[in-house]
Write a protein that binds this ligand. Structure first.
Ligand code: MTE
Ligand code: MO
Length: 552
């Protein structure tokens, strides 16, 4: 009976999630229990654990998290089902408790704007609890003395009473079991087998239908946003990027392309459901300390302004030495400094009272950048386009920030909807609350793209090549060392701008045997990439990338 109880729990859990899945699209897709609990889990995960997850699962970290949650729920559902066989009411109450947790998580999300966000979890839990109650009833029917059946209140109490000693063994040994034959159910197992099978099978089928319906509703979510993105025609830039110089891209197999295609561009964010914002309804509010003329802008307001097109390399602070979270794109958008100046904002160096600009996204992310950096003449953009197309949803449609020289977590707010001028002393944004640095310029770094670690190239000429970046300072030199040999200067590809990475290569006369290749860059200020290893937390990894190969 324990196994069937556990199965009942599983069915109840499945029904809860399926119903929640069906209700969520009607409320808000982000309000579903798995997404809400997952989002809450992301927010409370300690920075080192999150960094570890990003490192090990990469962009699959979100999938792994959701599978993890489903795994935990499965175990809990099995346990509640087993419990329900003995304590019918307690099993159902347990389901309700998990529903309450899901509901609380959904309402507690920073992007939750209504208590209706509790509905998916709440409705799902009620359905799941009822189902478990019914199924457990089929399983325990025969344990009840016939007399207790009529007394509604005594219902599960009696099941508990005579079930406690017998454990979850079939009720065959129980005296009252024989009495059950009277209600017409199969007496073979001593429980209402037919009733159970019918209830369980119908519940499973109904749940599958509900879940599939919810999924497909969810799949069609954000149709207005999709349509609004299709309608965007990116204006011609009033200030075009200079053409990428001939020779910025080296012809070396295995090197990262100079421009990272959108589909290959790394993605790092906390959004379990990618926000789909309808550009037509989108607004950006600019306000706060020292904002003499606060503003609210529409997407068209932005498109009517002069468009600035720039190549800018973006890097994530969670990128390990040699890691993949760096990409280079051609962005188009408006100059943030001009917009701020029109609102009457002055940088601290010119007497402005605010030194921190906090960008807020539709999903509640907060990202703080130094006002001074944003207004110091660099190409800090409110970007609307990426590599010739409107921003992909994953990369912040309709509008995001991009600031050359700063890690993404202190500059590159996606799905932005609010800019508040404040001070570093008075407000800590999302990542800073979790132990990351308040200010984080990108560190000078370089990476060997080819040969790959543990490659087995043939002896002879082997091309060592990769990329180096020191956004807004520029790369001046890249050197490579084989084993403990001298640093050899690599050939640098042509520089696009000092805000972009630079490819480099070095032909190597490879002799048979094992070798360690190490790279280091020097930026245009003359600073050599440090060999001092640092973790990603709090302000970015440092150290030198090495690759071990065996030459055959
Ligand atoms: N709304 C929002 N914006 C965000 C983030 C986020 O979690 N939410 N992550 C930031 C981080 S840590 C980085 S590195 C960049 C990554 O941008 P990408 O995903 O377009 O590469 O986005 C930044 N902007
Ligand atoms: Mo990041």
């Amino acid at each position: 009976m324990g196994a069937l109880g556990a199965l009942s729990g599983l069915l109840a859990g499945f029904a809860s999630l399926a119903v929640a899945e069906l209700v969520a699209p009607a409320v808000r897709p982000e309000a579903g229990p798995v997404v809400a609990v997952g989002g809450a889990a992301i927010d409370v995960t300690p920075a080192p654990v999150k960094d570890w997850a990003i490192r090990h699962f990469g962009t699959d970290d979100k999938l792994v998290l959701q599978l993890g949650i489903l795994g935990v729920l499965t175990v809990l559902a099995l346990a509640l089902g087993a419990l329900a066989v003995r304590f019918r009411g307690a099993g159902s109450a347990g389901v309700l408790v998990f529903g309450a947790i899901g509901a609380a998580a959904a309402v507690g999300r920073p992007d939750s704007r209504s208590l209706t966000d509790a509905l998916p979890s709440a409705v799902g839990a009620v359905v799941g609890a009822l189902l478990l109650y019914v199924l457990a009833g089929r399983l325990t029917a025969v344990r009840r003395p016939p007399a207790a059946r009529s007394g509604s209140a005594a219902g599960d109490g009696s099941a508990t009473g005579d079930g406690s000693a017998a454990g979850d063994g079939p009720a065959a040994g129980d005296g009252p079991a024989t009495a059950d034959a009277a209600d017409g159910s199969s007496a073979a197992g001593g429980w209402d087998r037919r009733g159970f099978v019918v209830a369980a099978a119908s519940a499973a089928a109904a749940s599958a239908v509900a879940g599939a319906a919810g999924r497909s509703l969810n799949g069609s979510r954000g149709q207005n946003a999709v349509a609004s993105r299709k309608q965007v025609v990116l204006p011609r830039p009033g200030s075009p990027a200079r053409p990428v110089p001939e020779g910025a891209g080296l012809r070396v197999a295995g090197i990262s392309p100079f421009v990272t295609p959108n589909r290959d561009f790394y993605r790092v964010d906390t959004a379990l459901v990618v926000p789909r914002v309808d550009a037509a309804g989108w607004r950006l509010r600019i306000h706060g300390k020292g904002v003499r003329r606060p503003a609210v802008l529409t997407f068209d307001d932005l498109l009517r302004r002069e468009q600035v097109e720039r190549d800018i390399t973006l890097t994530c602070v969670s990128n390990e030495v040699g890691g993949p979270y760096v990409g280079n794109a051609r962005w188009i958008g408006v100059r943030l400094a001009d917009l701020l100046a029109e609102c009457g904002v002055r940088p601290p160096s010119r007497g402005g009272p605010a030194d921190q600009l906090v960008a807020r996204s539709v999903d509640g992310m907060t990202i703080g950048s130094p006002v001074e950096d944003v207004m110091d003449g660099r190409d800090a953009l409110l970007a609307v386009g990426m590599n010739g197309e409107p921003l992909p949803f994953e990369h912040g449609f309709p509008v995001r920030m991009v600031v050359p020289g700063l890690y993404g977590f202190v500059s590159a707010c996606k799905w932005i909807e609010d800019i508040e001028l404040t001070t570093f002393d008075s407000y800590d944004p999302y990542w800073v609350k979790r132990g990351w640095a308040r200010r984080a310029p990108v560190k000078t770094e370089s990476r060997i793209d080819t040969p790959k670690p543990f490659a087995r190239p043939a002896a002879g000429t082997v091309m060592i090549a990769g990329v180096a970046w020191a956004q807004h300072r520029g790369i001046g030199k890249v050197e490579v060392r084989v084993d403990d040999g001298p640093w050899q200067q690599a050939t640098l590809a042509a520089e696009d701008t000092r805000d972009t990475w630079r490819q480099w290569s070095l032909p190597w006369q490879a002799a048979k045997g094992g070798h360690t290749l190490t790279v280091r860059a020097t930026d245009r200020t003359g600073a050599v990439q440090t060999e001092k290893r640092a973790r990603t937390i709090p302000d970015g990894a440092s150290g030198r990338h090495s690759v071990v190969v065996t030459v055959d």
